[in-house]
Design a protein around this ligand. Structure first.
Ligand code: ATP
Length: 467
């Protein structure tokens, strides 16, 4: 299977099995916008839960928030987004395709610094024009480079009488944390170091959304901001990097598909910046950014709002603007990494099958219960009983009595259900072997192996696997 095939197969499976649909599909869609279907909703929720468990509940002194999406437009001035949040773009004069100049230069080993002016980046691009060809039509004929702002504008209220000032959808979710920092300090009295976490939507006017959930125009970011004393960044930053890498591995992602990459060009306020990259079907690319941001964000907001954002040490009364260590992960990028990592094809019982080798704790359905035949009331009643029993362990226990048992298993394989449980005549004491009464067939997804297990021991078995 080539990697391009793999991407196609994942996208197709996502639609066929209810994970991800193209947004507004019946109207021809809208580029860079996707909807999560019922299975995707569950997988996403499980990934979010695993994240919250790790970053808030598994740590001391961490606070979750959920901030409003719209913010006073001054926020985006203070953060630098209204002026500096742009991508350098050029257009192919032959086919009108647009290219991200920083990315195509990067691919030939030339670094375009994000601080460069339009003039500077044009000069750099001009020096390498001959080496760059259009991804679509292979021509070498591009327009001048323009810096294109990524913020998405909107309007709130009666904007005709209020001066027609635009508001912006969040270009990054983390601003909500900086804005709530003072309220958190005042209402929760946290002692530094403390952290704040949020999963929030972000919107970017990406010029060429692509690679499915990887580069969208609307997406979710799972962000953490750790507030620390000035200059106490080094050790905490290293610990954070290691902790985050281990978390990705704990979700079941293959270690070999994860790596760190340090940023070569740091923005002026940053002390250090690393990405955790995942080996997507097109190669290693950013999954999460881990940034050592010094006191930049709070200092900017202090300056623009004229509100004192210094922290007062409760013991020494010392006042300072905390420094911040940030992690920012795209939920969609994680979702895609998890699917790509879990996608498998093999041969089972002489047939090719597709399955998702998802870790039980992230799988959208934990187990499927099924009566061998759907027209035998005793089998159905027993199977219903077993399902109800397992639903006390976890609500995501599916029911399937459609078609032959092999087909039912295959459907569950494709959505990554780790266990299938079948109730047959032996279970209800109508088989040849009385010793099998009140036992069921438990079928394992990855190996296809089946074993006999007592109904009474199923709940503890499942609970253990989900831990
Ligand atoms: P890239 O270089 O890929 O554009 P970035 O460095 O601009 O990403 P950040 O601004 O650091 O990304 O955002 C933090 C995280 O948000 C990224 O690591 C990524 O997981 C996610 N993210 C950023 N842009 C997108 C997008 N267009 N679609 C989906 N996720 C995104």
């Amino acid at each position: 299977m080539t990697d391009a095939n793999l991407m196609e197969k994942i996208v197709s499976l996502c639609k066929r099995r209810g994970f991800v649909y193209p947004g507004s599909e019946i109207y021809g869609g809208l580029a860079g916008i996707y909807d999560f279907g019922p299975r995707g909703f569950e997988l996403l929720a499980n990934l979010k839960k695993a994240w919250w468990d790790a970053v808030v509940y598994g740590r001391e002194n961490w606070y979750p928030i959920d901030s409003g999406m719209f913010k006073n437009p001054r926020v985006w001035e203070a953060s630098g987004h209204t002026t500096g949040f742009s991508d350098p773009l050029a257009e192919c004069k032959k086919c009108n395709a647009r290219i991200r100049v920083d990315k195509v230069l990067g691919a030939i080993g030339v670094t375009a610094d994000e601080k460069m002016t339009e003039e500077e980046i044009n000069a750099l691009f001009d020096a390498h024009r001959a080496e760059i060809k259009c991804e679509k039509c292979s021509a070498h004929d591009f327009s001048r480079v323009r810096k294109f702002n990524l913020l998405v504008q909107s309007n709130l209220g009666d904007f005709t009488s209020e001066g027609n000032n635009p508001v912006y959808l969040p270009g990054e979710a983390c601003q909500g944390i900086y804005l709530d920092y003072k309220n958190i300090v005042d209402s929760m009295q946290p002692k530094i170091p403390f952290g704040v976490a949020q999963i929030g939507k972000a919107f970017r006017n990406e010029i060429s959304p692509r690679n499915f959930l990887f580069r969208c125009r609307e997406f979710e970011q799972a962000d953490t901001q750790l507030f620390i004393r000035p200059n106490e960044n080094k050790e905490a930053y290293e610990a954070l990097k290691e902790e985050r890498m281990n978390w990705f591995i704990s979700l079941g992602l293959n270690k070999e598909n994860l790596r760190f990459k340090q940023h070569e060009n740091l923005v002026f306020y940053a002390k250090d910046a690393w990405d955790i990259e995942y080996n997507y079907p097109w190669g290693f690319d950013e999954l999460e950014g881990i940034h050592d941001r010094s006191d930049y964000d709070l200092t900017q907001h202090q300056k623009f709002s004229s509100v004192d954002l210094r922290y007062t040490d409760p013991e020494t009364a010392e006042k300072y603007v905390p420094w911040i260590l940030e992690t920012s992960m795209g939920m969609g990028r994680l979702f895609l990494a998890v699917l790509a990592d879990a996608y498998r094809e093999d041969e089972l019982g002489g047939e090719v099958r597709t399955y998702l080798a998802l870790a039980p704790k992230v799988a959208p359905v934990k187990a499927m219960v099924s009566p061998l035949l759907k027209n035998k009331p005793e089998l159905v009643a027993k199977a219903r009983e077993v399902r109800a029993l397992l639903r006390q362990v976890h609500p995501a226990i599916a029911w399937d009595d459609n078609g032959n048992i092999g087909k039912r298993y295959r459907r569950q394989d494709e959505i990554g259900t780790p266990f299938c449980i079948t109730i047959d005549f032996d279970t209800i004491g109508h088989g040849d072997d009385a010793a099998l009464t009140d036992t069921v067939t438990l079928r394992h997804r990855d190996s296809g192996a089946q074993e006999r297990i007592a109904i009474a021991s199923l709940p503890a078995y499942l609970a253990e696997k989900l831990r």
